[in-house]
Design a protein around this ligand. Structure first.
Ligand code: A2P
Length: 333
């Protein structure tokens, strides 16, 4: 039995963490919830009774066994070590520690073994990387991935509650004038979060530019290599933000150490945990929202450069892409 804390408990991922802990009947003896000073003092009704939200900045982390962090990278950097020093294992959903050599980066069901080798912090991968790893992992294990070209279709909840509010606001502001949308006479509804409007639009640059690629794209490159323990894998990424509330889709073409047929790929995927292969119906973000499994469809042999396999994977970015995987890591612990 464990004493568990959720840091960032009032956010989109933090709330999902709480609901998943409850649904999975996580064996905890005490639950603590932390957020910013803005939320401190508010009360949350949980299966284990009413819990008062604490201010992360002033809380005393003594006595916590597992802390699930999802309050942004800056908070992870500022507070995770304090929690570890107080005796907790931190499962961190931010990108703060993912590439540190002594921090395991774990996709539950793909590289569980890595979780055993932690020094207090275990990192939860980026939500886009997580989703495609659920399909790429089992294929890699069988035939050795050597190249992946991947484009993401990322929902706004990947940017937290603010992303969801912004999409609703922009759709409300723009939907009554379809002619303006069709003729380029629309007015920018104003955006605090994204560089361009996300309502009725597609932003082919998710994240912020690092060089000519974005940080989201670099995460897909570097985290794939770390999770698969394949530092040589060539990953060509494009990360796109789409006007979807929940559910990240990834279209990927993959080539391996030998040719892989569609039938063999389907067989490997059918035996893998945490995914469902849909052949009759095309899985979409709406299908993935609110469920645990990653949905895989459109599995086909590559035509441009034969020998590989192309597929589409879509998963709930708040669940498997973040909160569920963090809870699964806690279960591994
Ligand atoms: P709060 O709700 O008090 O602002 P999301 O990404 O969905 O917006 O969620 C972010 C989470 O991180 C929220 O729980 C938020 O708490 C928390 N958070 C944001 N800034 C801080 C901060 N400075 N200190 C502690 N928690 C923070």
């Amino acid at each position: 039995m464990k004493r568990v804390a959720i840091v960032g408990a009032t956010g989109a991922v933090g709330r999902t963490m709480l609901s998943i802990l409850q649904d999975r009947e996580f064996p905890l003896t005490e639950l603590r919830l932390m957020a910013s000073a803005r939320s401190a003092g508010s009360k949350v009704e949980t299966k284990w009774g009413e819990v008062e939200v604490e201010d992360l900045a002033t809380c005393d982390p003594s006595g916590i066994d597992i802390a699930l962090f999802s309050a942004g990278g800056a908070r992870s950097k500022a507070f995770a070590h304090k929690f570890v020093e107080a005796g907790a294992v931190v499962v961190d959903n931010s990108s703060a520690f993912r590439m540190e050599p002594n921090v395991p980066l774990v996709v539950a069901g793909v590289n569980d073994h890595a979780a055993g080798d932690h020094q207090g912090i275990i990192a939860n991968p980026n939500c886009t990387t997580m989703t495609i790893m659920m399909a790429a992992g089992p294929l890699h294990r069988a035939v050795g991935l050597n190249q992946m070209i991947a484009s993401s279709y990322q929902s706004v909840s990947g940017s937290g509650m603010q992303g969801m509010k912004e999409l609703s606001h922009q759709i409300d502001a723009m939907r009554d004038n379809p002619d303006a949308l069709a003729t380029g006479t629309w007015e920018d509804p104003g955006s605090g979060l994204y560089e361009r409007p996300i309502g009725f639009n597609v932003l082919p640059m998710a994240g912020s530019l690092v060089d000519t690629y974005t940080d989201e794209e670099w995460k897909l490159v570097n985290e794939t290599r770390k999770i698969l323990e394949a530092p040589e894998v060539a990953v060509e990424p494009l990360c796109v933000r789409v006007p979807v509330m929940v559910g990240h889709g990834i279209a990927a073409s993959m080539w391996f150490d030998r040719d892989l047929s569609r039938d063999e790929a389907l067989e490997l995927l059918a035996g893998a945990p945490g995914i469902q292969v849909w052949n009759e119906k095309t899985p979409t973000p709406l299908d993935s929202a609110g469920i645990d499994d990653v949905l895989v469809g459109r599995v086909r042999e590559t035509v441009g450069r034969p020998g590989g396999v192309s597929l589409w994977a879509v998963g709930d970015n708040l669940r498997k892409g973040a909160a569920l995987n963090a809870v699964q890591i806690a279960e591994l612990l």
